[in-house]
Design a protein around this ligand. Sequence first.
Ligand SMILES: Cc1cc2nc3c(=O)[nH]c(=O)nc-3n(C[C@H](O)[C@H](O)[C@H](O)COP(=O)(O)OP(=O)(O)OC[C@H]3O[C@@H](n4cnc5c(N)ncnc54)[C@H](O)[C@@H]3O)c2cc1C
Ligand code: SF4
Length: 648
Amino acid sequence: MELTPKQWRALEAICDTFAPGANGTPGATGMGVPRVLWNAVGRNPREAERRQVAQLLSLWDTRLVTALGGGGLTRFSDLSPARREEVLRAWCDSRIPQRRAAFQALRKGALLFYYMVPGENGRSPVWDRIGYPGPLGPNPEAPRKALEPLAVDRDTTLECDVCVVGSGAGGGAAAGVLAAAGLDVVVVEAGGYYDDEDFDGGEFEGYGRMYMYGGGAATHDQSVALLAGSCLGGGTTINYTTSFRTPDDVREEWASHGVPAFAGDEYARSLDAVCERLGVNQEHNAPSAREQMLQRGLTGLGWHADFMPRNVRGCEQGKVCGYCNYGCRLGAKQSTVKTWLADAYAAGTRILVGTHAERVIVERGAAAGVEARTTAGHRVSLRARAVVSGCGAIHTPALLRRSGLENINIGKHLRLHPATVVWGVYDEEVRPWEGTMQAIYSDQHRYLDGGYGVKYETAAIHPSLLVVFSPWRSAAEHARMMEALPHSVPIGILLRDRDGGEVKVDRAGQPVVKYRLSDYDVHHVRRGVEGAAEIHEAAGAQRVFSSHSRDVSYTPGNGGRARFMQEADACGWDTGRCTYGSFHIMGSARMGGSPETSACNPRGETWEVRGLYVCDGSAFPSASGVNPMISIESIAHMNAAGIADSLR
Ligand SMILES: Cc1cc2nc3c(=O)[nH]c(=O)nc-3n(C[C@H](O)[C@H](O)[C@H](O)COP(=O)(O)OP(=O)(O)OC[C@H]3O[C@@H](n4cnc5c(N)ncnc54)[C@H](O)[C@@H]3O)c2cc1C
Ligand code: SF4
């Protein structure tokens, strides 16, 4: 779909109001943002959403829409910059959730690309303005790729014992276990294969190549940004390497859902095997300047602090390491590409990339294979004795529904560990994009109510995450905040959500994520926001601000924190009022003891179709409360061992 001149005019005016440029740097249109943004909209697989954006742009530059935004009876593009900002703020603060959602989508789209696009010569002038060095470039010493995916250049039929769909934490681990058991395995992965030699630390390229929908996925009302890997290795290729075992209390809770194995030796053995294969250790934890602030604050308060367990071998933990979420250029991250998929490949597993599984073939109530299509449009028919879905907790429910499964629990019980951020601005330059991704964490408020509460973690910050988790009230204020990036430290508040959302599947078979924080969960987020502010204060931050849609900030001292919390409450914690992101997507096809309460049985097999198993984050009975990769791989390990036994 191409935009009309009127729609272009509207899009350019919106982008240039968010980012008009400053101090000699070009504005959004000068940086080519409207075109890139429209291309990104085109990556959204839901036609209804693409059409919605086009409709909004058709209406945007009419007198009616400007009047609704308080701009009088002049077209948006004819207003002065100050009046345009007023209109955008009116949308941001609107009582109508759909308007707030539209504002958030436009804000993120325009500003993210403004700060991410490399520009004509590969070095954006915007980066110079905010003191950000930009991408690292490829590592000239990186080894060549070790795996060779199967080339498919025509319609193809393949036979195997097990077809594994998705190659992330769950799919990758399942493939490794099944291949080691001597089974003939085919892995079908929708994303591409990128490895050490391809990783250059670029945000624009990194999101575009390796993240779901180019990093632009969100819940249907834009209230939670959804981040997930979509490449060979899935999330394990781009994640932060934090490697917690499933906590004992969570294992007990999962067992109470009718899967006793979670509390017993079988799951414990899988946890051990996964940690062994991934080389999980607590010896690669040199805190960056950013994490020294977290450490300083926690120590000052006398709060819990510990070193992160991480799945790395020979991790450098140096300056370049903050770019880890665009792939490790040094081959130290023990993703599934470096571990389970490498093992499976060595044992003869065939791997297809750029190949999207459309549906599972079901014959006489049993899985008989998978119908897939390559990005070039070639059909791939896979005949198999069993099928594993490892598409992740957004796409597994969609695959199951497209394959005709009807269990009411498919898509339900979605958990997101919604995370928000409290920022501290320090006198010292911390260059938050540098150093070990995550070295330290705190469980001080992990158990606020039984097993529910928040974890404190920080992560390397490039312009994109500051853009996502910060308010926009005017172009000048936003530019000042971005210029403070080298001095900014994020403290992430990672909620173990008790109450969840749902993945619905539209008529075209595409997932639509609905999620709303319950009052119970908001109560914990609120405590976490206050706790993070306390940490920043104890660490000596000069200024603290939250991720609300308004400017909710304070200078420590003189009752500032109490006022900060009052302002946060006044702004609200709901859709479009406070920004959340999810890096942990779980529970949408959960295992359990009965088809009334779960989508899969205690072996991970769907209740409806024999031989169709779920081995990914969807299988969690509830939120893991810790970063989930090790739990996902361990469930996949346990379920895959059962599949291998049943096929022998
Ligand atoms: C930026 C980031 C940082 C993170 N950091 C950590 C961390 O430090 N520690 C931690 O424990 N967790 C972390 N996580 C979370 C963790 O990586 C994920 O929870 C985990 O990878 C999910 O595993 P999965 O098997 O459910 O799905 P994924 O790993 O998401 O894999 C699913 C794969 O299936 C593919 N797929 C989907 N649909 C289809 C289809 N129809 N056909 C074919 N292929 C398909 C996708 O392309 C994708 O590659 C992080 C996540 C992100 C995004
Ligand atoms: S921290 Fe650095 S060396 Fe370690 S896995 Fe990440 S990018 Fe690689």
